[in-house]
Design a binder for this molecule. Structure first.
Ligand SMILES: *Cc1c(COP(=O)(O)O)cnc(C)c1O
Length: 408
């Protein structure tokens, strides 16, 4: 397909499975928080590839790490260890509660590993009866059969039944509903510190503390799905560090690679031992290219000035969101942590979030939704002041277009 004219949005409908419905433009280049499409039109990126491009597009450190590693070693499989994977695992264990790391390629796989570990832990440490996983309604944990089953949204598993059993769902942020579901049969409680796909809803600190106590009381593992909240997104390397509630198992992906596919499950030694030799694996897990890039990402993100700037950029967004709420009668709430932000539409605008994303695209701004009623923002953690300001101006124009019914 060297003929550029033939690689257009229409080709998607011809050759791709219709599980996605991408927008009308095709971006071809990115730098920092700017992206250009095939026609050369420029966009400010407030979407960050869904909380993935934590350092923006083509960050020089990442480009260098990928170039360097690409001339050394690409792949060995897990029959042999490799330096980038070991170095990254060492860094992740140094910076978190974890002693042990399992590498894979995506968030769903990191959760799959976490859930399998929980089952194996229950089975080996207690008995086959200890197999129940208690998760949250409206949660999202990925698209494999196990992860859509643990996930709390029916629409993602409807038609794919029979799904794995032994899974129950409590109400997010309602500890009572978990107290009823968790028992000696529970092997794990699973929660996102901020529900991402579920509408950018932060957990109450007391809820996470309560889940920690319930897990301890019933000797169940507490699993934090930090696929979206991890890698600096909330202003801490991992959100649990801001909540000061420590899980037993943590899944991370998205921002960890900054744009290269990688996922990881982090845990403590006493739980890790239950995924013994031959119990689990992944051909590409720990791939040297991916690990070399992720290592560069983690080193950049954990610079104090980067984490501090996340907090001030959060304030910048929130103050402009408040301004929009004063000026436009379409928003009900602005919320989020760090640079994972949600702007919820009010009752009169229910179901219209996509219209704002379309208008933003026309104004030169990439935006996300989180469900039908919430605009979601997950920009680069190192987005510049100028990019921020331009993005906010374009957002203002987009909102204005939608609410005044103006068609550009
Ligand atoms: C995106 C996401 C996943 C799934 O990650 P993939 O890389 O798409 O498999 C799992 N959990 C959460 C919280 C996510 O946001």
């Amino acid at each position: 397909m060297s003929d550029q004219g033939r690689v257009d949005r229409q080709l998607f409908d011809q050759v791709m499975v219709p599980n996605y419905s991408p927008g009308p433009i095709i971006p071809v280049k990115g730098q920092g928080s700017r992206v250009w499409d095939q026609s050369g039109k420029e966009y400010i990126d407030f979407a960050g590839g869904i909380a993935v491009t934590a350092l923006g597009h083509c960050h020089p450190r990442m480009v260098q790490a990928l170039k360097d590693q690409s001339e050394k070693l690409w792949h060995l499989a897990n029959v042999l260890a490799n330096e980038p994977a070991l170095a990254l695992a060492k860094t992740l264990t140094d910076l978190t509660f974890a002693d042990k790391v399992f590498f894979c390629n995506s968030g769903a796989e990191a959760n799959e590993a976490a859930f399998k570990l929980a089952r194996k832990y229950g089975y080996e440490a207690f008995g086959a009866y200890k197999n129940e996983i208690v998760a949250c309604k409206q949660s999202f944990h990925g698209r494999t059969l196990f992860t859509v089953s643990v996930g709390g949204q029916l629409k993602y598993r409807e038609g794919f039944e029979p799904t794995p059993g032994g899974i129950a769902h409590g109400q997010f942020n309602q500890l009572d509903s978990f107290a009823q579901l968790v028992s000696e049969r529970t092997c794990a409680i699973v929660v996102e510190p901020v529900q991402g796909e579920g509408g950018v809803v932060p957990a109450d600190p007391a809820f996470l503390q309560g889940l920690r106590s319930l897990a301890d009381q019933h000797q169940a593992l507490l699993i934090f799905d930090e696929v979206q909240t991890g890698a600096g997104r909330t202003g801490h390397l991992y959100a649990y560090q801001g909540y000061q509630v420590t899980p037993d198992v943590l899944s991370t992906a998205k921002g960890l690679g900054g744009g290269i596919p990688i996922g990881a499950m982090l845990t403590r030694e006493q739980f890790a031992k239950h995924l013994g030799l031959g119990t689990h694996g992944s051909t590409y897990g720990g791939n040297p290219l991916a690990c070399a890039v992720a290592h560069a990402v983690i080193e950049e993100i954990t610079k104090p000035e980067v984490m501090q700037a996340v907090a001030s950029k959060h304030e910048y967004f929130m103050s402009h969101f408040k301004g929009f709420m004063d000026r436009y009668d379409c928003f009900a709430e602005a919320r989020g942590k760090g640079l994972l932000l949600g702007l919820e539409l009010n009752a009169a605008w229910q179901g219209r979030a996509k219209a704002f994303v379309q208008a933003a695209l026309e104004q030169g701004l990439l935006l996300l939704v989180a469900g039908p009623n919430v605009l979601r923002f997950a920009p680069s953690l190192v987005i510049s002041e100028q990019e921020l300001e331009e993005g906010i101006n374009r957002l203002d124009a987009a909102i204005n277009h939608v609410v005044t019914g103006d068609n550009p």
